[in-house]
Each structure stands twice: as structure tokens, then as C-alpha cells.
Design a binder for this molecule. Structure first.
Ligand SMILES: [Zn+2]
Ligand SMILES: [Zn+2]
Length: 478
């Protein structure tokens, strides 16, 4: 195995491209800094303008690759993939993009040199006098294009990017390669066509429910041509004013009361779901903006009354549909539940009951498969916390991997793991949940047991880890 450093001495140098992108410079800086902490060696950092040295770590795509005769299929790596490769006295850590290169460095530090980025304030460094690395020929791509563990600790940009997440909410700087940034991530119909601005003069823009146009807790009348025109104008304004955002939400408000006027109702009835009106509406906006903004995606929900897919209407290629699992049980696998109907079942005290033991069709799985069959960008909003009481435990460690594998098999492209996002950030095992979810969103087939053990030993310490493990086992059996 090549020796990277021994007794704080190293024959290796970091070689960057010239000129180097800020993110590639950060990648080189991080490699230098963490290796120095690991073993005391100071890796000199240079650019490809320097003469070829005996031992070179190539960070990013430079002319050195041609010198060494290294071939990489950059196209196949996409925006976030990367390679870790070794040859005779060279090591390549690079993506097709600067962000991919940064991931290559963090993955080398983690998977090869043994560092662990467990939480925003907890990194494990396995100090050693002698550090070596094996021959490498590794190429990694994310299983999902959008990866967000929605826990307050994971909003730390350094933590997020070290664990290869591109979360909208995480504070990932441009220097760190940025993030998949949404404008108006959540429910947005009221921002699109505000009730306070239009209801008095145009009640017909809003939902007709039980024969009355609703002002409170309303949605939009999605078949009204004036509403469509206003929505297009508003979305175009959002795009113009937020050039750093790539995704714009056109999503129902967070309650029911969809429009049942004859025009809306006719389409929804023919298509078997109120999602029909929503998808046709978002498609119309998507078609309008497509030519002017080919990089932009629109984002809508399949949530509560729109969870079921329409029969024939297909989301356009620039439309993200985010399916929400809020009716499901989060302690049992989503594909193992015999029933997850649209209305959550409640006991006599109004508390939600686990549906898993009931007889019947798995309605969520049906909806997931149907959307998977018609969407180019199906994203999921899943729940990984006790959503009624953030501080209460949720026994879900046994279902995380199976659910992520299910999503990938269906063709889901984006994952939002709803944890406890409150500012205080406390709650049951929050750092552990975020860490495991980050690993699974990158690779649902990862060795989760190993990641769990790494975390328990590193975060809680070797002495406490067996007790935490016992505690976890107790919850899983409960
Ligand atoms: Zn209507
Ligand atoms: Zn259950």
C-alpha cells in the first residue's frame, strides 16, 4: 500500500488545475488540513503549472491527467459523481464538476483514511503516525439527485456537504459548491394568487366548496384562465428576481378545500383524482416558461387530496411531483403496510393508530408506483421523526434502509427526510438519524450497521456505545 505519510513526513503533493475553481481550492485545502490533523504531515499544495513531482495527488480535472494517461468518463459522473483512482505514484480525486471534486476529497478522507463527520460539532479523526491507502478504482454517483435530511444540525453547510447532501435548507456556500436551491419550498398557492389581493374583486379565482367561493382556507380555481395568467406572471417574476434558485414551488395550500366548480370537477372526475387539475395547471405554467428558462423546474405536491395520481395526465419534464407519506406509519416499512388510506385512522381519543396490522390494500404503495410510472422527477416527502411530538422517540431505524431502497426501485429522484427542524434542535437521537439518512440517500445499499457502529462509538464513545445499542434494541422490539 502506498504510504501517504510517516512520522509527519510525506513525499506527496496536492496538484490543482490552473486556474482552480474556488470549490476545488477548498477541496485541496480540506485535504491538506484534515491530513495535517490526522498525522501531522503538511501536504504542499501546488497547481499544474509546477513541474511534475514524484508523488502527486490530483485534486480536480487538470492537464496532469493527460500526462499520466488517465481516462475518465466525465459525462457519466453528472453534477455530483466523482472518481477515486490510483496509479503509479499518483492519486486522482475528481468529479466532473468542482462539487464532485469536493465530494471525492471528503469521501477519500472518510472511506479511505477513516475520518467520520458525525455531526456539525463532532468529527472523529483516527490519529496515526503512519497513514497508507490501498489501490483505488472507485466511481460513485448519488442514488438521488436531491438529498435533504431536514434536521436542524444538518442545516450546517459543512456538515451537509461533508456528508454529500445538497439540501435546500442547508447553509452550503457557493464556495462549497452551493445547493439545489428552491424558491418558496412549501405550499405556495396563496403567494401565487393571494386571497387578500384578489378575493374581494374576484372570488371566482378561488375554490368553490359546497356551492360557495371560499375565502378562508381556500385553494385556487385551477381551471380559471385568469388564474392561470396571473400564476404565469407571478412565476416569471419569481424566476427573474431569484436567479440563484433552480426550483420554484407551485403547490397547494396546507389544507383541503379544493375547487369543485363544474370545470375543475369535470376534469378531476374523469381523471379519478383532484391531482388532475393541479398537474394540468402546473404543466401549463411549465410549458410557458420552458423555452425561456430551460434549467428551471417547477415543484408541486401529491399530498392529502392530491396523493392519488391522475389516470392520463402526465407531469411535464420540468415538473417535480413531491409525494407525501403523511398518512403512513413511520415505524414500519412503507411497502410492508397492509393499509395506508388517505384519511389517517384515529382511536376514540383522536390519536393516530398504526395501520400496519389492518387488512386491505397498501394505498400509499399504489400511489407511489403510479406516480413513479408517470413522473420524470418524482420526489418524496417522508417522515423520520415523531411528527406529533418532536421530543418523543420514534422507533424507525429498522425501516430507513428498506424505505430508501423502495424509493430508488420505484424511480424516485429526490428525498426529503422530515426530521425535527426546530431551532433548538433537540429530540430523540437527532444526530444519529441525520447521519444515517445522509448515508442512505447517497447509497441505499450502504452498510448501515457499520455506519451505526461508527456513530455510536464516535459520538457517544466506546464506553457508552453498548448501552445506547441496548437502548436502541429495546425501542426496535417495543
Ligand atoms: Zn374551479
Ligand atoms: Zn405501523
Amino acid at each position: 500500500m502506498p504510504i501517504l505519510a510517516q512520522n509527519a513526513q510525506t513525499p506527496w503533493r496536492i496538484i490543482m488545475p490552473h486556474p482552480a475553481h474556488e470549490t476545488v481550492k477548498l477541496a485541496a485545502h480540506e485535504l491538506h488540513a484534515w491530513v495535517a490533523q490526522l498525522c501531522g504531515a503538511q501536504l504542499p499544495t501546488q497547481t499544474e503549472l509546477q513541474p511534475v513531482h514524484t508523488h502527486e495527488i490530483l485534486v480536480g480535472r487538470s492537464g496532469r491527467l493527460a500526462h499520466y494517461g488517465i481516462q475518465v468518463d466525465w459525462e457519466a459522473l453528472g453534477e455530483e459523481g466523482f472518481v477515486m483512482k490510483t496509479g503509479e505514484n499518483w492519486l486522482l480525486l475528481a468529479g466532473a464538476t468542482p462539487r464532485g471534486t469536493l465530494y471525492a476529497v471528503y469521501t477519500f478522507l472518510e472511506e479511505v483514511l477513516g475520518l467520520r463527520f458525525l455531526a456539525s460539532d463532532c468529527t472523529v479523526i483516527p490519529h496515526a503516525a503512519c497513514v497508507a491507502f490501498p489501490e483505488l478504482d472507485d466511481c460513485q454517483l448519488p442514488a438521488f439527485e436531491s438529498r435533504e435530511a431536514y434536521w436542524s444540525d444538518a442545516f450546517n453547510g459543512s456538515y451537509a456537504v461533508r456528508n454529500k447532501m445538497n439540501a435546500n435548507k442547508a447553509d452550503i456556500s457557493i464556495r462549497q459548491g452551493g445547493r439545489l436551491k428552491f424558491y418558496n419550498f412549501h405550499h405556495s398557492f396563496d403567494d401565487l394568487v393571494p386571497v387578500r389581493q384578489y378575493f374581494d374583486t374576484h372570488p371566482e379565482y378561488f375554490s368553490l366548496v359546497d356551492g360557495v367561493r371560499k375565502r378562508e382556507h381556500t385553494q385556487l380555481c385551477l381551471s380559471n384562465p385568469a388564474v392561470i395568467r396571473l400564476a404565469i406572471t407571478q412565476v416569471r417574476r419569481w424566476i427573474a428576481e431569484n436567479p440563484d434558485c433552480r426550483v420554484f414551488s407551485v403547490a397547494q395550500n396546507d389544507w383541503h378545500n379544493y375547487c369543485t366548480c363544474p370545470m375543475c370537477a369535470a376534469l378531476d372526475e374523469a381523471e379519478g383524482s383532484p391531482a388532475a387539475s393541479v398537474i394540468r395547471f402546473v404543466n401549463t405554467i411549465g410549458e410557458d416558461i420552458e423555452k425561456d428558462f430551460p434549467q428551471v423546474l417547477l415543484h408541486t405536491f401529491a399530498y392529502q387530496y392530491t396523493r392519488k395520481a391522475p389516470k392520463t395526465i402526465r407531469p411535464r419534464s420540468n415538473v417535480i411531483v413531491r409525494l407525501c407519506s403523511i398518512e403512513c406509519c413511520f415505524s414500519h416499512p412503507l411497502d410492508g403496510q397492509t393499509a395506508a388510506p388517505l384519511a389517517p385512522d384515529r382511536n376514540e381519543k383522536g390519536q393516530r393508530r398504526c395501520q400496519c396490522a389492518l387488512e386491505g390494500e397498501n394505498a400509499f404503495l399504489r400511489d407511489l408506483c403510479e406516480w413513479g410510472g408517470i413522473c420524470q422527477h418524482l420526489y418524496v416527502w417522508d417522515y423520520v421523526t415523531n411528527f406529533r411530538e418532536y421530543l418523543m422517540p420514534l422507533a424507525n431505524l429498522d425501516v430507513l434502509q428498506r424505505n430508501l431502497q423502495l424509493f430508488r426501485a420505484i424511480g424516485v429522484k429526490g428525498i426529503f427526510e422530515q426530521g425535527n427542524f426546530s431551532q433548538g434542535g433537540g429530540g430523540h437521537l437527532v444526530e444519529l438519524e441525520a447521519y444515517l439518512q445522509a448515508k442512505l440517500m447517497w447509497n441505499p445499499d450502504c452498510d448501515l450497521e457499520q455506519h451505526l457502529n461508527d456513530f455510536l462509538d464516535g459520538f457517544y464513545g466506546h464506553t457508552a456505545a453498548p448501552f445506547i445499542r441496548q437502548y436502541l434494541a429495546g425501542w426496535q422490539q417495543a
